[in-house]
Design a protein around this ligand. Structure first.
Ligand SMILES: [Ca+2]
Ligand SMILES: [Ca+2]
Ligand SMILES: [Ca+2]
Length: 422
C-alpha cells in the first residue's frame, strides 16, 4: 500500500470520527457550524485513563507502545517499533483548526531513533504528516516533518516546524511514526502553537534567532561543518552548537541594510574550553546590490570568544559600510578545541530599531527572496561567502540560490546538496 493510499484510507476511516453521527453526510449550509476541539498546547503522552494502551486523545495505533520510563518530557513516551519494512507503524490525532483565524501551526516534538531503514516505497520514512481539511473533509494541503533519518540519532532531539494553515481549514489529521520504515522511533513532548492570522511587527532581522525551529537542522540558517542544534538552549529547548573545526552557521538579514547606520547584535553564548586567542567568532559580511562582497570581502567581527564561561548575554554594535545592500551574520569556530553554544540571536538597526521593522512570514518576498546570491568570481574559496557547497554540480545551472519554506533552493527548482539541509 502506498503512503498516499494509506493516508486516504486513514482519512476515510476518520470521517466517522470527525463527522458527528447526527450530522447529514454533507455540511448543510444552514446547519450550525461544528466547532471541534483545538489541539492541546502540549501533550506529554502521560495519560492513558481508559487503559487501552494508547495515549488519550490519540487513535489508529499500530506498532506503537507506551513506555513508562525515560521520556523526554515526563517519564512516559511512545515507542514505534517495527521489524518489517512497509508496515506503517503510526499513531494519529485529529483536532479542529479554524483557518480563518489561524495562519500557521508550529508543531514541536522530541524524537530519537535507532536502526532505521527506509521502507521500499518512496516516503516510507520516519516522519510526521498533517493534513488540513476543509468543507466535506476535503484535503486542502499537507504539512510534513522529517523524514528523520541520519541527522537524528538515539539521543532525544527537538524538532519543530511552522506549517501554514490554508484559510478554508476546519480540521486537521496528524499521523506520526515510522510510516513504513523499520527500526525504532521514540516520540514525546508534543507542542502545538496556533499562530493567529494577525500581522505582528518585528524589529529582529534574524528569523529563528532562538533556534527553536529545526527539523532538526535550524530553519532559515545555512549550516556547514557539522554545526547543529543542541538541547537544552538558554532558558529554552534549543540552541546552536559549534564544536568541530570549521563548524559555522550563517543567515542573511531579512531586509536590505541600505540607509542603516549600524547593526546592533545581541545574543547569549556559553563556551567550554575554547582556544585562548579567540576560538570562535561572530562576524557580519556585507554585500553590494549585485550580491558581491564589499571591498576585501572580509568579515566585520562582532564578538570573539575564548576559554570557558556559562551562559552570558552579549551585545555589540557594528557599523554598516558604505555601499552595503545586504548583510549576512555568521558564527564560526576556527579550530577543533572546545565548543560554543549560541542562542537568542537578535540583530536590529541602530540607533533606531524601528527603522527596519517588518512582518515575518507575511510578506512572502521578505522570506523567500533573501539571500539570493548571484554567482561570483571574486569570492575567496572556502570563505564565508563561498556558497559553492550548495551547488549540485554545474554552478548556476538551476538558477540562483534562494530561500523557500525555510530551506535554501535554486530559483529554477531543486534543492541544494545534502550538506546544506542535513
Ligand atoms: Ca512524556
Ligand atoms: Ca487511552
Ligand atoms: Ca533557544
Amino acid at each position: 500500500m502506498t503512503r498516499y493510499t494509506s493516508l486516504v484510507l486513514t482519512v476515510l476511516g476518520l470521517a466517522s470520527v470527525l463527522v458527528p453521527a447526527t450530522a447529514p453526510s454533507c455540511r448543510a449550509q444552514s446547519a450550525p457550524e461544528i466547532v471541534r476541539t483545538p489541539p492541546p498546547a502540549r501533550d506529554d503522552l502521560e495519560t492513558d485513563a481508559n487503559a487501552d494502551g494508547v495515549p488519550d486523545g490519540w487513535y489508529n495505533a499500530r506498532d506503537a507502545v507506551i513506555q513508562t520510563t525515560g521520556g523526554a518530557s515526563g517519564p512516559r513516551f511512545i515507542r514505534f517499533e517495527c521489524l518489517h519494512r512497509g508496515r506503517p507503524a503510526r499513531l494519529s490525532r485529529a483536532f479542529g483548526i479554524d483557518g480563518r483565524e489561524t495562519e500557521a501551526i508550529v508543531i514541536g516534538l522530541w524524537i530519537r531513533s535507532k536502526n532505521v531503514q527506509h521502507g521500499e516505497r518512496m516516503g516510507e520514512e520516519p516522519s510526521l504528516m498533517i493534513d488540513f481539511l476543509g468543507d466535506e473533509l476535503r484535503t486542502l494541503s499537507r504539512g510534513l516533518m522529517g523524514p528523520w533519518t541520519h541527522a537524528v540519532g538515539d539521543r532525544w532531539t527537538r524538532v519543530a516546524k511552522r506549517i501554514a494553515v490554508p484559510p478554508g481549514t476546519h480540521d486537521a489529521i496528524m499521523s506520526v511514526g515510522l510510516l513504513g520504515a523499520s527500526g525504532t522511533l521514540d516520540v514525546d513532548g508534543l507542542t502545538f502553537d496556533l499562530i493567529p492570522r494577525r500581522p505582528t511587527e518585528a524589529t529582529n532581522l534574524v528569523v529563528n534567532g532562538d533556534f527553536e525551529l529545526g527539523d532538526p537542522a535550524p530553519t532559515y540558517w545555512v549550516v556547514n561543518g557539522e554545526a547543529h542544534r543542541t538541547f537544552p538552549g538558554h532558558d529554552s529547548a534549543s540552541a546552536v552548537e559549534l564544536s568541530k573545526s570549521g563548524a559555522r552557521v550563517l543567515t542573511g538579514l531579512a531586509l536590505p541594510v541600505d540607509g542603516v547606520t549600524s547593526l546592533q547584535i545581541s545574543l547569549s553564548a556559553k563556551a567550554q574550553g575554547l582556544r585562548g586567542g579567540g576560538g570562535a567568532v561572530a562576524s557580519f559580511y556585507f554585500l553590494d546590490p549585485a550580491g558581491e562582497p564589499l571591498a576585501g570581502g572580509g568579515g566585520v567581527p562582532a564578538f570573539q570568544w575564548a576559554g570557558s564561561f556559562d551562559w552570558r548575554d552579549q551585545q555589540a554594535v557594528v557599523r554598516v559600510p558604505q555601499g552595503a545592500h545586504r548583510a549576512v551574520v555568521q558564527f564560526e569556530k576556527t579550530d577543533g578545541l572546545g565548543s560554543i553554544r549560541i542562542d537568542d540571536v537578535e540583530v536590529v538597526s541602530s540607533p533606531n530599531p524601528e527603522l527596519t521593522s517588518w512582518t515575518p512570514f507575511h510578506v512572502e518576498d521578505d522570506v523567500d527572496d533573501w539571500l539570493k546570491l548571484p554567482p561570483s568570481t571574486t569570492i575567496a574559496p572556502r570563505s564565508a561567502l563561498d556558497f559553492s557547497f550548495l551547488h549540485d554540480g554545474h554552478a548556476g545551472s538551476k538558477g540562483f540560490v534562494t530561500a523557500k519554506d525555510g530551506r535554501l533552493q535554486f530559483s529554477r527548482g531543486g534543492g541544494p546538496s545534502s550538506s546544506a539541509s542535513a
